[in-house]
Design a protein around this ligand. Structure first.
Ligand code: ADP
Ligand code: MG
Length: 695
């Protein structure tokens, strides 16, 4: 039934010298019987056993089982051979020590996907026959050597193999146990082919039907056999894998690989947490850009100028000469945009200002115009109310300063006296005589509201209503100029009638957004003007938005790189730790493979373990980000005054419900799958005989 024809196996002795551990063995075993293979240590017994068990491939010759050449089987049929035809019993048992006796014994049945109940019933019968039924629920590592050896034999028997090879089965046992085991094997040899390797000649020769003596890899007794080519084949189909077949083992592994799983748990949940926060930032910063920075447009006047490039001879340098557009040019430019108003730039009149609040003279501040307080973004008001034109609005920075200086709780409602004074000289007469006129303005306002600002823009600021200021200026006459022109001549007339390149025009007009709903159109308008060469609009809101956009863009790139690195890190951590546990569990894996387990089943054990860890990490990562989002936002708000910068789109992205959680779960499972599979794939060519070798 089992034939060896000219079987040879070479090993390297040293660098380029080989020797035969098994040398040209030809022999035929009968279907049943007790064969005793003995010889000195190193004579090749174990090598021969491994060849028959298919754990090694011969370099020469043929090993035939029922005319099937086992060293030429494909993986599926090789597994079948290991599952059903041959079983091996080792000196050191090679049980899965963490499992119970019963779990060990039914393992080969689980590998062939038999029903649990069938397997358990059969296992109990065999345990009964071997007189170890009482041990069935004991964990193997707590058994004695003799007990373990009988469990190993029971596991070997569960799939009713035709051939049982025992390599030094009594090597670790005392005499009493040895005799029991040998008697048991003798009994089994009535129905199985039993090949026992031992150097205990005196014990075994009594029981042996045939004694084979091996010396230097050569068999003394030789049969005359010839290889013919009329070989048969197993036609065994691959077994369907049930993913949860080895769940108990996965859980046992999970618990025994604590450090690895804690490492994976920590890194993965951190990874998921930070990915969510990062995606929350990407999402939140977009919202923020749309909501917050756009809202600044109405709080900041823009100025528009003509730009003349002046080339300097023999130089790379260019000068930009600014000039105010003529009124008709400007009117033409903005006529298609009814949401834009323009006005005279009064910066010149604002020079030399002084501001008093309750007799306290402000030392550093800037005066800024808002077109009309009735059409600005209320969301930016953090105290007070928005209406009418008689008040002023100040920013938080000024409010804080006033609270400190005046020792008050809020500056809201306080009177604020704004005084402007400027002396102008005009060359109106041909004889060089000059006229001078004093611009004087004084008005008592009160603080109606406080405006939220980015904390990094810390200049104290006062917002005046442009329309109100404008109508005031239109009523203030320049006295000497009026005399000269013999009519009422206001400061408005003075600046309005100046030519574009005169200093008092500040070389520009103000333009304002007058309709809040048109913020984006205004932005587009500013963009289009600024992309042309000859006209330029400068505007705090626009500058702020662009700067913020640039910052967000830079951060997004950083974040993207961070995410990629994190993913690589996750792959590496899961991969390396899977690899290391896989290496650590090499012996266990070799036992599985020797019992005919295929690589997919082996994989399912490890992937389940990692999936389980991942699941916990996912839940933890999500909870963590859920808890930390408001905390981080609060922190950012306290430092930068930016609201809801992190906004994790848990609920929907692109209007797809639960899109983000789904993607994260999908990706992390994919990464885990991938990084578990890879090391197993690369170590699938495990050297069984080496791993199972008795130490
Ligand atoms: P036995 O079981 O009879 O003691 P083995 O079959 O284990 O002998 O070994 C036979 C010879 O082959 C020994 O010299 C041993 O050192 C050598 N050998 C066995 N396995 C290997 C191997 N994987 N690589 C190199 N040499 C080996
Ligand atoms: Mg040996």
């Amino acid at each position: 039934m089992l034939k060896l024809i000219d079987v040879g196996k070479k090993y390297k002795r040293n660098k380029d010298q080989y020797f035969y551990a098994v040398n040209s063995i030809t022999y035929e075993f009968s279907e049943t019987g007790f064969y005793f293979l003995y010889g000195k240590s190193g004579s090749g017994k174990s090598t021969l056993a491994n060849l028959i068990a298919s754990f090694e491939k011969p370099d020469e010759g043929h090993i035939l089982y029922k005319n099937i050449e086992i060293n030429k089987l494909n993986q599926i049929n090789l597994n079948y051979y290991r599952q059903k035809i041959v079983g091996m019993v080792f000196q050191h048992y090679n049980l899965i020590e963490d499992l119970t006796v019963l779990e060990n014994v039914i393992l080969p049945r689980k590998i062939i996907q038999d029903k649990q109940s069938n397997a358990v019933a059969d296992a109990k019968k065999i345990l009964d026959e071997l007189n170890i039924r009482k041990l069935e629920n004991k964990v193997c590592k707590n058994l004695s050597g003799g007990e373990k050896q009988r469990v190993a034999i029971a596991r070997c028997l569960i799939n009713h193999p035709k051939i049982i090879i025992c390599d030094e089965p009594t090597g670790a046992l005392d005499e009493k146990n040895s005799i029991q085991v040998i008697k048991l094997l003798k009994e089994l040899s009535k129905k199985h082919l039993i090949i026992v390797i031992s150097h205990n000649y005196d014990l075994i020769k009594i029981y042996a039907d045939n004694i084979l003596y091996l010396s230097d890899g050569k068999l003394k007794e030789k049969h005359n056999l010839h290889y013919n080519n009329s070989l048969k084949k197993f036609n065994f189909k691959n077994i369907r894998i049930r993913f949860f077949n080895f769940i108990k083992l996965s859980i046992k592994n999970l618990l025994s690989n604590k450090i690895k799983n804690i490492l994976i748990f920590l890194s993965t949940s951190f990874c998921i947490f930070s990915s969510l926060i990062v995606l929350g930032f990407v999402n939140g910063s977009n919202d923020f850009l749309n909501k917050e920075t756009y809202a600044r447009f109405d709080y900041s006047f823009s100025s528009i100028s003509k730009i003349d490039e002046i080339h300097i001879d023999n130089s790379f340098l260019k000068l930009n000469k600014m000039e105010r557009l003529s009124h008709s040019e400007l009117a033409n430019l903005i006529s298609p945009y009814p949401f834009i108003s323009f006005g005279i730039n009064y910066n010149k009149l604002l020079e030399n200002s002084s501001v008093y609040i309750d007799n306290y003279k402000l030392d550093s501040y800037s005066l800024s115009f808002v077109y009309n307080f009735d059409c600005v973004n209320n969301e930016l008001i953090i105290a007070g109310e928005m209406s009418a034109s008689d008040g002023v609005y100040i920013n938080e920075s000024l409010d804080k300063k006033l609270q400190e200086k005046l020792n008050i709780k809020t500056s809201l409602g306080r009177y604020i006296n704004i005084k402007l004074f400027n002396e102008f000289k005009f060359d109106l007469y041909d004889n060089g005589e000059q006229i001078s006129d004093n611009f004087v303005f004084e008005k008592l306002y009160f603080i109606k509201g406080i405006v939220r600002e980015f904390n990094f823009l810390t200049t104290p600021k006062i917002y005046l209503c442009y329309q109100d200021f404008d109508s005031n200026i239109k009523n203030i006459s320049a006295l000497n100029l009026s005399k000269y022109y013999s009519k009422n001549y206001t400061w408005f007339d003075y600046i309005y009638n100046s030519s574009g390149n005169e200093e008092q025009t500040s070389f520009s007009h103000y333009i304002f957004l007058n309709d809040l709903s048109k913020i984006k159109d205004f932005d587009t308008f500013v963009d289009s003007i600024n992309s042309s060469d000859d006209i330029e609009i400068s505007c705090d809101g626009y500058w702020l938005k662009n700067t913020f956009e640039d910052i967000v863009y830079a951060i997004k790139i950083g974040v993207f790189i961070f995410m990629i690195l994190m993913m690589i890190g996750m792959v590496l951590i899961i991969g390396i730790s899977s690899f290391s546990t896989f290496a650590f569990k090499k012996k266990q894996n070799a036992i599985f493979i020797s019992l005919g387990m295929n690589i997919e089943q082996l994989f399912s054990i490890y992937i389940l373990e990692n999936f389980f860890t991942l699941l916990i990490s996912l839940i933890f990562g999500f909870i963590l980000s859920f808890i930390f989002q408001p905390i981080i936002n609060k922190l950012i708000f306290n430092i930068f005054q930016l609201t809801d910068l992190i906004n994790i789109p848990f609920l929907s992205v692109f209007d797809i419900p639960l899109f983000l959680p789904f993607i994260i779960v999908f990706f992390s499972f994919f990464i885990t799958y991938f990084s578990t599979y890879l090391p197993i794939y690369f170590s699938k060519n495990i050297n069984i005989s080496k791993e199972l070798k008795d130490e």
